[in-house]
Write a protein that binds this ligand. Structure first.
Ligand code: URA
Length: 240
């Protein structure tokens, strides 16, 4: 594992914001292998160094889990020659090698995207077999009805693909919440198209039991806390 700045290492472990960590370094509260860290620029190998913060040992995890509020116009990809990606939007202190978005939201879809370097968790989160439900706010071009909700509950067929039954709750004339645990290409848009409605706006607001943090502005990101890392794989579901 490569060396990294101490303030970056500790902020990735959700200890505190980088500015707060700098303050703690100045106050002598941070030790690396028992020696006082003097400057935030000091570099360490996080896998072999024991850090203590205010006397407590930090349990280092090499995986990071970031919630981003994806804006429209940005690709859910690690890199792209022409367009901006969600990884490009991360602030410099969150960027590190190996990060990728777990699953895709369309370029025009907004909301919760998980960015991580943990392939196993991403696979579990995305596999329909894991029953991790994703909740979407949908706006359509026509009034939605209880018949639409019934069709979703029965299971929509898109082309030759049968989707699993999905819960839809009407929230307004043209708006609904929909929950699915599959991730077929353009699935929500194609499910609505199958019942004769076109999606005009789409936002993902929850993955597993973790809701999009509404304090995050468009394009902003924050680390998940320990409980959220567990809750992101929760099978519990149901639209409130
Ligand atoms: N379904 C879609 O159609 N688009 C998305 O971005 C996500 C789910």
């Amino acid at each position: 594992m490569a060396l990294d700045r101490i303030d970056k290492i500790l902020s990735s472990q959700n200890i505190a914001a980088r500015s707060e960590i700098k303050r703690m370094i100045r106050s002598g509260l941070i030790l690396a292998d028992g020696k006082r860290v003097m400057r935030p620029e000091e570099k360490y190998d996080p896998e072999t160094t024991v850090f203590t913060v205010s006397g407590k040992t930090v349990e280092f995890s090499r995986f990071v889990y970031i919630m981003m509020n994806k804006p429209a116009g940005v690709l859910s990809a690690s890199s792209d020659k022409h367009a901006k990606t969600v990884i490009d939007l991360l602030p410099a202190d969150m960027k590190r090698r190996g990060l990728f978005p777990a699953g895709r939201l369309d370029k025009d879809t907004v909301g919760f995207i998980l960015i991580t370097n943990d392939g196993e968790l991403a696979h579990k989160m995305l596999s329909p077999k894991s029953h991790v439900y994703k909740l979407y706010e949908v706006q359509c071009d026509r009034d939605l009805t209880n018949d639409d909700a019934a069709a979703f509950a029965k299971g929509i067929t898109i082309g030759d693909i049968e989707c699993q039954p999905a819960e839809m709750k009407l929230t307004g004339n043209k708006t609904a919440l929909v929950e699915i645990c599959e991730g077929k290409f353009h699935q929500i848009k194609r499910m609505f198209h199958a019942v004769g409605a076109e999606v005009t706006a789409l936002k993902r607001v929850r993955i597993g039991e973790v809701c999009l943090d509404e304090a995050l502005g468009q394009g902003e990101a924050r680390y998940l806390n320990k409980q959220e890392i567990i809750d992101i794989l929760s099978r519990k579901h149901g639209i409130p």
